[in-house]
Design a protein around this ligand. Structure first.
Ligand code: CP
Length: 306
């Protein structure tokens, strides 16, 4: 039995297989429509979500399976003090696989140690968000045709943004990736990630002005400032509109640069950018369903014959 806690739980070869499966699912959905008949997915979300929870549910329903779960810790027995370890023991009796989001870093890992079904980390605090990373990688692979040889700018809240931390961890395994970290001083990328890049001799730069680097980028990964992880509202208000991607800034970019965003968006991308063909963040959401379908099949060890 396998869990998914970090994108590094899969080798590059396994990821390639997963993305090939996701690609086949995209182009031949009927082939997979009954692959999970009789299987149940539990979605245990202790923190708000739209995309991750609903894309997991959509994925399982598209595979012919069923879904149960909760979307709010307050409506579960966590509100009465039940531990994650005890909850997952219950869930193991009700479902075949579980996707768990939790505000505490490491909570899905604790659940995995007590679980008799596969557990997927659907986001833990400011730590990791591996299925968003799978979504991001599949989107890049599908649109750019490769997962190597590019310059990626990661912009916004690089301190608290778990999607950023997971994506960097995953991308360092591919050749010739050049990182540009774009953030205010207060929201810089954590030092442990910088140390990891230095150890691996992977090129990176830290800058403050998005305009200064726009023309160099093959991919721009925008993120929102994570209000829920700030200790005080004053700092959030000061930093929340630090970056706003608009038409003027897009005019500085390459014709084939793409803009990704894990979403939800707040103000950091102006809606006028949505119609630019380089803005692919809504296509990214669709790839999130395909890759989660592929992940459910892989962790449930279900193969679909030609
Ligand atoms: N990208 C993402 O995790 O979105 P949700 O918080 O809506 O799940």
């Amino acid at each position: 039995m396998r869990h998914l806690m970090s994108p590094l739980d899969f080798t590059v070869e396994e990821l390639d297989k997963l993305f090939t499966l996701a690609d086949d699912i995209e182009h031949n959905p009927a082939k997979y429509a009954h692959a999970c008949t009789g299987k149940k997915l539990a979605t245990c979300f202790y923190e708000p979500s739209t995309r991750t929870r609903l894309s997991f549910e959509s994925a399982m329903l598209s595979l012919g399976g069923n879904v149960l779960g909760f979307s709010d810790a307050g409506s579960s027995s966590a509100a009465k003090g039940e531990s994650v370890s005890d909850t997952i023991r219950m869930i193991s009796c009700y479902a075949d696989i579980c996707a768990m989001r939790h505000p505490k870093e490491g909570a899905p890992m604790v659940a995995a140690t007590k679980s008799s079904i596969p557990v997927i980390n659907a986001g833990d605090g400011g730590h990791q968000h591996p299925t968003q990373t799978l979504t991001d990688l599949l989107t890049i692979r599908a649109i750019k045709g490769r997962l190597n040889n590019f310059t990626i700018g990661l912009c916004g809240d690089l301190k608290f943004g778990r999607t950023v931390h997971s994506l960097i961890n995953a991308l360092v395994r591919y050749d010739n990736i050049n990182f540009v970290f774009i953030s205010p001083d207060e929201l810089k990328i954590p030092e442990y990630i910088i140390e990891m890049l230095r150890e691996k001799d992977i090129p990176y730069r830290e800058v403050t002005a998005l305009e200064d680097v726009m023309s160099e980028l093959d991919i721009l990964y925008m993120t929102r400032v994570q209000r829920e992880r700030f200790f005080n509202e004053e700092d959030y208000v000061r930093l929340k509109d630090f970056y706003i991607l608009n038409k003027e800034k897009m005019a500085l970019a390459k014709d084939d640069m793409i803009v990704l965003h894990p979403l939800p968006r707040v103000n950091e991308i102006s809606v006028e950018v949505d119609d630019d063909p380089r803005a692919v963040y809504f296509r990214q959401v669709q790839y999130g369903v395909y890759v989660r379908m592929a992940l459910l099949l892989t962790l449930l060890e279900i193969t679909v014959e030609e």
